[in-house]
Ligand binder design. Structure first.
Ligand code: ZN
Length: 411
């Protein structure tokens, strides 16, 4: 069973530092998990990923179940051995991808019915089947199958049905996992649903917390689907206030630097997103001054590294912005170089947050980050509101303006 130890709390915000010990070692939280969809982070070897200090990655169950399939994975001795990854691994349930990638998925009480992408035959993914597949993959953290609906759906009855069904499916996942003999090495997380509705979220939280002793952690699902950021953070805040202190909290599908730090301040411990690695392949390098679009002509004669203060091999070994501008989107080596940098950026961002929480300087860390990152374009209003709710006022003693909307910063 996972060991979760709280090491420090921020005296102002709800941020905390903890040590999560799983079957493949220690992962310090809060952390960002890079996504290795096909048991590989695109462009990198597992050894490269490990050398960057990453201790927990995410694999997609839907993709691994299609190819290479559970038979091959079981023969290999699980996904760790299959991909040569020695650190911790989290698998999703496969449900989200099923709904987002297949037009023909129908949700019934039994499970998700879909057309097999190989044969077109009707195929059912039940909660028990999802857990069985995740047992074959062998992830250190496995996720319950949940009934996912778009956060933008106006159909409250459907959101309510999905939330209640997610609780029932959690019970089926717990029952199947309990009987499996895998409980010593694999840890089941529940997923809080309920859309953007505070009352439905509350009802879900209450029922999930009642099952606390049966699960190793809790995820906040059903967000990051294009909803208003001002609602997003309020839902996160509601969930982190009601989830038990002694379990890790995982906010699914977030990866922008400002989203990560706001969520950490609200009490989130884990997050994942394809964004940092996907955007790298399109030539966007992430830095503490904001994203840098290496495709722009102005970098053709910029002979400095992406970030002179970055410890990643790309920056430390002197690959210039000009070189990356020259080969990005044309040579796979450029995608690899920027992916390495972006994974390192995410790790630096979260590592910096952990250090600051331990040192009692997290509010200052937030102020410095936001001033450096958004100083020239203005603070997104939702970040100001969210951080104010936990006692940090970005505007105090600052002349940086506030801007509405997401404030996403692109050159
Ligand atoms: Zn770098």
């Amino acid at each position: 069973m996972a060991q979760f130890e709280l090491l420090a709390r921020c005296h102002t915000t709800r941020a905390r530092v903890s040590r999560l010990t799983l079957a493949h070692g220690i992962t310090m939280l809060p952390t960002f998990m890079p996504v290795a969809t096909q048991a590989a982070i695109k462009g990198l070897t597992p050894q490269q990923v490990e050398s960057l200090g990453v201790t927990l990655i995410l694999n997609n169950t839907y993709h691994l179940n299609l190819r290479p399939g559970t038979k091959v994975l079981s023969e290999a001795g699980g996904a760790h051995k299959f991909q040569g990854w020695n650190r911790n691994l989290l698998t999703d349930s496969g449900g989200f991808q099923l709904v987002s990638l297949s037009k023909f998925t129908t949700i019934t009480e039994e499970g998700a019915l879909f057309a097999s992408p190989f044969t077109g035959e009707p195929t059912m993914l039940t909660p028990e089947e999802s857990i069985a597949i995740q047992h074959a993959i062998g992830g250190d953290i496995i996720m319950q199958l949940d009934d996912v609906v778009s956060s933008l759906t106006p159909d409250r009855a459907r959101v309510e049905e999905a939330m209640e069904r997610t609780v029932r499916w959690l019970d089926r996942c717990i029952a199947h996992h309990d009987l499996s003999g895998k409980k010593d090495t694999q840890n089941l997380f529940a997923i809080v649903q309920g859309g953007l509705d505070l009352e439905l979220r509350d009802r879900c939280l209450m029922q999930m917390v009642e099952r606390k002793d049966k699960v190793a952690g809790f995820a906040i699902g059903g967000l990051s689907g294009g909803e208003e950021k001002d609602i997003f953070w309020r839902i996160i805040s509601q969930c982190t206030q009601k989830l038990p202190e002694d379990r890790p909290r995982y906010s699914m599908g977030i990866g922008f630097a400002e989203d990560l730090l706001v969520c950490v301040a609200l009490g989130v411990d884990m997050a994942d997103c394809v964004f940092p690695t996907r955007t790298a392949r399109f030539g966007i390098a992430l830095t503490f001054q904001g994203p840098v679009n290496l495709r722009l002509a102005k970098y053709a004669k910029d002979f400095g590294p992406i970030d002179p203060n970055c410890p990643c091999p790309t920056c430390a070994e002197g690959t210039s912005r000009a070189m990356l501008n020259h080969v990005i989107t044309r040579e796979t080596s450029a995608a690899q170089a920027v992916t390495i940098h972006n994974i390192t950026f995410q790790a630096q961002l979260m590592g910096g947050a952990r250090d600051a929480i331990l040192n009692g300087t997290f509010p200052n860390y937030l102020r410095t980050f936001f001033a450096n990152y958004f100083g020239d374009v203005g603070y997104p209003e939702w970040c100001v509101n969210a951080l104010r709710s936990v006692g940090v006022d970005l505007l105090e003693g600052s002349d940086i303006k506030v801007v509405p909307g997401t404030g996403a910063k692109w050159e």
